[in-house]
Structures are given as structure tokens and as C-alpha cells.
Design a protein around this ligand. Structure first.
Ligand code: ADP
Ligand code: MG
Length: 259
């Protein structure tokens, strides 16, 4: 009998390889987030951070390595460049449980904020509309825009739109949240209102993977920080070590260029 971990990570990636044509973007990356962990990914533009998150929730195929959700490996059809997930139900389960928040919010422009938050739980999960509405309103309250239910995204500031996008991700009741540079598109004064929401989620014990250029945020919320360089993990560790005593020269250079 194989020994199974009774408490597997929510998300685990083992030796993941991903290429776009001849360009190898991820060259064997392993990373895991246990329940309640906040794992931050830092690194230069082009180092593969977004690709890693997109592969993790199966928005992108990968060519080699394993992706496990709560200990259950993704089942693949085919091998190498031709492989893709074999089980549609599993893909939906993983995508809905690893809710993603994007840099550009990606709200639906033709729907109100409330409709944006309700859409996926109702149409993808088939949940009861009234129950979803109650939850959606509570989530919009929680992120501080409970008064914006009936407006359209274009009527909100970037910070408000991103908070709506976070409420939308939470509405799926995911096991983990994946953030891809959630504050990068925002003016500094609007950045802070989103940072506060992310910190509150970390304090609640949410499991999160966070790609960010905001080193202060990464230092404040993370249990573990991973520095990616050209598709490989160059250095990783607890935030006080990665930020306070970086060992690799590349990480030292990266940190001195970003502060
Ligand atoms: P990061 O998020 O760290 O800035 P990305 O994961 O977006 O990096 O990109 C890593 C590399 O992959 C970059 O060289 C980028 O140009 C390339 N890349 C990303 N997406 C695509 C794509 N859809 N097609 C081809 N190349 C891509
Ligand atoms: Mg990116």
C-alpha cells in the first residue's frame, strides 16, 4: 500500500516544466502550500511567476511534472508536449477551488458588481441563486464595497474593482486563492486598500499563493517566499531569511533593485 499523507498540501507542484514552443519558461519547479499557508512568489518580469500560477489551476497545460490538489494528482492524457488534463470534472474542481485574482481585475463589464460575484457560483457550481446572493452581498461588505452592488465595473476605481474581483474569487468558497500581481495596476493610494484586504485574508488563515512586486506585502503576509529566476527556484525560505539575509547574489541584486 502506498503511504498517503493524511494532511496533504492544498496545492503541490512537483518538478513542473512548461514551454511555449521552443521557449522553456518553467524548468522544473516544485512548490507547495499547506492549509493556511501564504506562499509568495517573487522575481523579475519574465521569470515565470504568472505561468506557474496559470499552470497550477490548469489554465495552461504543462509538459512534465505533477500537480496535486489536496493530495490528488492531476490525471493527464498523453505525454510531454501533447499532454493535457484527462478529467474535465477534475479540472473544474481544481479551477473552482483555486480561485484566481488577476492584475487587471477581469470583471465582466456588462454585469453589475453583484452579478459579477454571483455568476460563477450560480452558473458553474449550480448553487441556489438566493443563497449565492446573500453570500455575495456579505463578501462585498467584507471587502468594503457593500454599497456598490448595483453599479458596473467602469463606475468603480481600480482599487474597488480589485476588491470586487477578490469578493468574486471568494464567492466560489475556494480552498486557496491565487493572486497574480493584484496591486500592480493600481495607483499607490489605491494599492493600500487592496493590501488591507489581502492582509485580512492572510490573518483569517486563508491558503494563498501570491505573486507580487510588493516586497513589503510579501514580507508581511508570507509564511514562505520563493524567488524565481529564469524558470527555476533560485532561493526560498521564510520571509525574514529571504528578505533579511538573502544568500544568492541574484536575489540580492533583485532586492536592491526593487526597494
Ligand atoms: P512573469 O509573470 O514572471 O513576468 P510570465 O510567466 O508571464 O513571467 O512569462 C514567462 C516567459 O514566458 C516570458 O518570457 C514570456 O514572454 C513568456 N510567455 C508568457 N506567456 C506566453 C504565451 N502565451 N506565449 C508565449 N510566451 C509566453
Ligand atoms: Mg506575471
Amino acid at each position: 500500500m502506498p503511504v498517503t499523507d493524511p494532511n496533504p498540501p492544498v496545492l503541490e507542484i512537483r518538478d513542473l516544466h512548461k514551454s511555449y514552443g521552443a521557449l522553456e519558461v518553467l524548468k522544473g519547479v516544485s512548490i507547495a502550500a499547506k492549509k493556511g499557508d501564504v506562499v509568495s512568489l517573487i522575481g523579475s518580469s519574465g521569470s515565470g511567476k504568472s505561468t506557474l500560477l496559470r499552470c497550477a489551476n490548469l489554465l495552461e497545460d504543462s509538459q512534465q511534472g505533477e500537480i496535486l490538489f489536496e493530495g490528488e494528482p492531476v490525471t493527464w492524457r498523453g505525454k510531454g508536449p501533447g499532454r493535457h488534463p484527462a478529467d474535465r470534472k477534475q479540472v473544474i474542481r481544481i479551477r473552482t477551488n483555486l480561485s484566481m485574482v488577476f492584475q487587471q481585475f477581469n470583471l465582466w463589464a456588462h454585469m453589475t458588481i453583484l452579478q459579477n460575484v454571483m455568476e460563477a457560483p450560480v452558473t458553474v457550481l449550480g448553487e441556489d441563486r438566493h443563497e449565492v446572493e446573500t453570500r455575495a452581498r456579505a463578501l462585498l461588505d467584507k471587502v468594503g464595497i457593500g454599497d456598490k452592488c448595483d453599479v458596473f465595473p467602469a463606475q468603480l476605481s481600480g482599487g474597488q474593482q480589485q476588491r470586487a474581483a477578490i469578493a468574486r474569487a471568494l464567492a466560489m468558497q475556494p480552498r486557496a486563492l491565487l493572486f497574480d500581481e493584484p496591486t500592480s495596476a493600481l495607483d499607490p493610494e489605491l494599492e493600500q486598500e487592496v493590501v488591507r484586504v489581502i492582509k485580512a485574508l492572510a490573518e483569517e488563515g486563508r491558503t494563498m499563493m501570491l505573486v507580487t512586486h510588493d516586497m513589503r506585502l510579501a514580507a508581511d503576509v508570507s509564511d514562505h517566499v520563493v524567488f524565481l529566476h529564469q524558470g527555476l527556484i533560485e532561493e526560498q525560505g521564510p520571509p525574514d531569511q529571504v528578505f533579511g539575509a538573502p544568500k544568492s547574489e541574484r536575489l540580492q541584486q533583485f532586492l536592491s533593485a526593487t526597494v
